[in-house]
Design a protein around this ligand. Sequence first.
Ligand code: ZN
Length: 236
Amino acid sequence: MIADEKALVLFSGGQDSATCLAWALEKFSAVETVGFDYGQRHRIELECRSELLARIVEINPTWKERLGADHTLDLSVLGQISETGLTRDAEIALREDGLPNTFVPGRNLLFFTLAAALAFRRKARHMIGGMCETDYSGYPDCRDDTLKALQVTLNLGMGSRSVIHTPLMWIDKAGTWALAQDLGGDLLLDLITEHSHTCYLGERTVRHEWGYGCGTCPACELRARGYESFREGTRS
Ligand code: ZN
C-alpha cells in the first residue's frame, strides 16, 4: 500500500475501470472517482456507476473507509465535435486507417487533463485509468507511451508530481477478470459481471454468463472472449 496518499480513479462503470477501482481501494488510503458524460451511446454505463460504487464497499470494510467523493463531469462538448461510432448513431465499423470508428479522438487526453485539474484541487497525487494495449482495438490514446508522455506534460503544466497508474496495461481481458478475483474474490467477480457495463450499444436486456450486452459489438466480444478464457484457466 502507498500510505496516506489519495488517488482519483477514472471510473466509467465498465469492467476495466471497476477492476481499477478495486485495485486503488486496495492500494491507497483514500480514493475518489470521476466519470465523464460525453454523449456516449452507452450512457447507461453512467447509471451503472452509482450501483457499483454503492455495492463495492460492501465487499470489504477497509474499502468502505477509503472510498470518498464521486465526481461526474459534463463533457458533452466532446460528443458535439466527434463524428464516431460511440457518439453518433452509426454502424460500428473499421475506418480507412484500420482504426475502429469507435475511436473518439482526444478522449483519454481530455479525460486525464480534466482529471488532473480535479486531482489538483482534491489533493490527489495519483490517477488511475483502465487503459490497456494488450488486446485493445489500437486506440492510440490507450498506449503506455501516450499516457507516460501525458503524465510528463501534465506535471510540467501544473507544477505537480502526479503519477498515472494503468494496472491493466499489460494484461489481457482474461487477466483483468483474474485480477478482479485476486482483489475481491467471487463477490467482486459477481459484482462486475452483474453491474459493470461494457457494450458499446448500451444493451442491457440480455444476460450472458459474462454479464449484459448485445454480444456482438467489439466490446462485448472482447469481454465474452476474456471471460471464457479466464474460466477455462480457472477450471484446468
Ligand atoms: Zn455489445
